[in-house]
Design a protein around this ligand. Structure first.
Ligand code: AMP
Length: 274
């Protein structure tokens, strides 16, 4: 389960390293996951990590981890926490400083699944620059899409574990014991920014700044659109099928219903989108 994956280097930045770096694979996956809040990127990132072996890297998790440690009033992290609570974006200079500090995670031999980054045009351009400097190709940009009323429903029902950050949904992905995290037993809670006013603000922000990121990528490389309706498992299968349809060699999963794809330790490099 990817939640057990050590992400110290990502959550804490330099000079911290992961105690258990991922095993080297011949061909690590490097994906960007886009989509509006509530589309299920976080859940898909965790599930894809299990199947593809790449590390799920969420920028919001960095902010949340930093906010759980103490931070001085007026500091960049205090400002980040306030922006998050109101559903606004954390300023680009703060986000980009954090990403530059963690550039080692981009070159990690385990690969990466970026969730929640990039979210603005300057962030997308900076990411391209960092990857180009390291000669790291992006395999694909995946964009999850869901009608507005379902986005609202997903955010209203989402529950998160404050300790291990596992994600649940009261109906779509309920914990085994109501209100309790399956993985660490802590009490689940609703994110402040999933409450109605902040959730509305986040949707507005997505429609403005982040939609530009989708256009930026779409003008440079094919963006893989995924219908994010249905259960997390169905969305995962759709994602794997979409990657397979684009020529990527996707590991078989027991639940896979589409055309059989041979299990593989890596994936096609021929069809990589750089
Ligand atoms: P998420 O869980 O990815 O929806 O992110 C929750 C919140 O974290 C967002 O509403 C922003 O306040 C903040 N955040 C996460 N990633 C970024 C980013 N790349 N740029 C700016 N703000 C971000």
């Amino acid at each position: 389960m990817s939640l057990l994956r050590d992400r110290t280097a990502w959550l804490q930045g330099e000079p911290f390293g992961c105690l258990q770096p991922p095993a080297a694979t011949g061909s690590p996956w490097r994906l960007v996951l886009l989509g509006p809040p509530g589309a299920g990127k976080g859940t898909q990132s965790e599930m894809l990590a299990t199947v593809l072996g790449a590390c799920p890297l969420s920028t919001a998790d960095i902010f949340r981890a930093a906010c759980e440690r103490s931070h001085a009033p007026g500091s960049a992290m205090a400002a980040a926490e306030e922006a998050m609570n109101y559903g606004e974006l954390v300023p680009d200079d703060v986000v980009l400083g954090i990403i530059r500090d963690r550039r080692a995670c981009l070159r990690c031999r385990g690969g990466f699944l970026l969730d929640g980054f990039p979210r603005t045009l300057p962030q997308a351009v900076t990411l391209d620059g960092l990857l180009a400097a390291e000669h790291l190709p992006l395999d694909a940009v995946i964009c999850y899409d869901l009608p507005l009323h379902l986005l609202v429903e997903r955010m209203a029902g989402r529950r998160v574990c404050p300790r291990c950050h596992a994600l649940f949904h009261v109906t779509a992905r309920p914990p085994r014991r109501e209100g309790i995290c399956d993985y660490c037993g802590d009490r689940l809670r609703q994110r402040t920014d999933d409450e109605p006013a902040a959730a509305r603000k986040r949707l507005e922000v997505y429609a403005g700044a982040t939609a530009q990121v989708v256009n930026y990528y779409a003008s440079r490389r094919p963006v893989v659109p995924i219908d994010a309706r249905g259960s997390p498992e169905r969305i995962l299968l759709r994602t794997l099928d979409a990657l397979a349809a684009r020529g990527f060699s996707v590991p078989a999963t027991t639940a896979r219903t589409g055309p059989a794809t041979p299990a593989s330790s890596g994936h096609s490099t021929e069809s990589r989108e750089t």
